[in-house]
Design a protein around this ligand. Sequence first.
Ligand code: ZN
Length: 198
Amino acid sequence: MYTSPYIICEYCDSVYHRPQLSLHQKALCQRCGAVVARHNLLSIDQSLALSVAAGMLLLFICFYPVLMLKAQDQINSASLFDTVLALAEGPISLMALMSAFAIVFVPALQVVLMIWLLVHARGGVRAPAFRGCMRALAALRPWGMLEVFLLGCLVAVVKLKGPLDAAPTLGLFALGFLSLLMIGMAGRDVHLLWEKLP
Ligand SMILES: [Zn+2]
């Protein structure tokens, strides 16, 4: 199943024989204590299914309201896309650009790259431009800010009381699920493709 019987600690370069791990077990580096291997929960098919689900959720919250703002008898709602557009209209268009990058562009690119890699991995081959895609995924990880946006929305729901009232919508729950999916998947399960594909 794995192409090499060895694993290397990515922090201190120690080399180990690959351990047999069962559910919820992980192997730690003896020198620096970093996690060098974990039990792999998801198969490639399952990872692909979750990536497609993440893509659909992202599309959903781009156009479906994430928050509803109630002021007296007026109700306004905003999707991910609306927030970016609203910022772009004001004097802070640089903020709009950064928000669009961190909460729309980066997650969308991550999902597309994951689907591209996993569709090919299903057939047991490396996708064209495999190295570039894997490096791009690793480089993009710190730039995705969906969970920060989620936190902002939750704070707004809890804190905004009085003349202005923020209410959660179905979109907010979708955003929560999507954030969890992105945190769980863009990291270690995709990382294993380095070792599993010839
Ligand atoms: Zn180490």
